[in-house]
Design a protein around this ligand. Structure first.
Ligand SMILES: NC(=O)c1ccc[n+]([C@@H]2O[C@H](COP(=O)([O-])OP(=O)(O)OC[C@H]3O[C@@H](n4cnc5c(N)ncnc54)[C@H](OP(=O)(O)O)[C@@H]3O)[C@@H](O)[C@H]2O)c1
Length: 156
C-alpha cells in the first residue's frame, strides 16, 4: 500500500528554495511517529535536502542518475514494493504528483500560514477521491512557528 505524507500551507505550498518553508518541530515529530520503522520513498531533491539518513527507516531515492551513496528505485520498483507492505511517499512535489493516483492514504498537515513566494506545491487532493478520516487542530508549541492541523485522508 502507498501512503503519502506531507505538510502544506493554506495554499498547498510545501517548499521554497529546496527546503521546508517553516520550522515546525511538532510536525517533524508527527512525521517521525508515522514513518519510524518503515520504508520511505523520496525524490533526489528531497533526499539532498535532508540533514542525513533518518534513523530506523529504509530510504529509497528516485533519480534518473546512477548513485552509489543511496538505494535508488524507479516507478515500477515502488509499485511492486507497495504490493508487499506499506511504503511512505515523503516528497517532494514531483514525486507526490507521480504517485498520487496509486496512493490509498494521505497524512496531510496543514500549517496555518501562507508562505511568501513558494516554489513547490502538493498535488490537489480531490474531495471526490479522498475523504478526511480524522482531523486534529494543534496549537503551536514554543518550537513551532505556526498552529497546525493533522489530517488523515483515505481513498473513497
Ligand atoms: N512540506 C513537505 O511535506 C515536503 C516534503 C518533501 C519535500 N518538500 C520540499 O519539496 C521540495 C523538493 O521537491 P521537488 O518537486 O523540487 O523535487 P523532488 O520531488 O524531491 O525530486 C525531484 C527529482 O526526483 C527524480 N525523479 C522525478 N521523477 C522521477 C521518475 N519518474 N523516475 C526517476 N526519478 C525521478 C529526479 O531526480 P534526478 O534529477 O536526480 O534525475 C528529479 O529531479 C523541497 O523544497 C523540499 O523541501 C516538502
Amino acid at each position: 500500500m502507498l501512503t503519502m505524507i506531507f505538510a502544506c500551507d493554506e495554499q498547498n505550498a510545501i517548499g521554497k528554495d529546496g527546503d521546508l518553508p517553516w520550522r515546525q518541530s511538532t510536525d517533524l515529530q508527527h512525521f517521525k511517529r508515522i514513518t519510524l520503522g518503515g520504508t520511505i520513498v523520496m525524490g533526489r531533491k528531497t533526499w539532498e535536502s535532508l540533514p542525513g539518513i533518518l534513523p530506523n527507516r529504509r530510504h529509497l531515492v528516485m533519480t534518473r542518475s546512477i548513485r552509489k551513496d543511496v538505494e535508488t528505485v524507479d516507478f515500477d520498483d515502488v509499485l511492486k514494493l507497495a504490493n508487499t507492505g506499506e511504503i511512505f511517499v515523503i516528497g517532494g512535489g514531483e514525486i507526490y504528483n507521480l504517485f498520487l493516483p496509486h496512493v490509498q492514504k494521505i497524512h496531510r498537515t496543514i500549517i496555518h500560514c501562507e508562505v511568501e513566494n513558494p516554489d513547490t506545491f502538493a498535488p490537489a487532493i480531490s474531495a471526490s477521491e479522498f475523504a478526511v478520516a480524522s482531523s486534529e487542530f494543534v496549537n503551536k508549541s514554543d518550537r513551532d512557528q505556526f498552529d497546525m492541523t493533522f489530517e488523515m485522508l483515505e481513498r473513497i
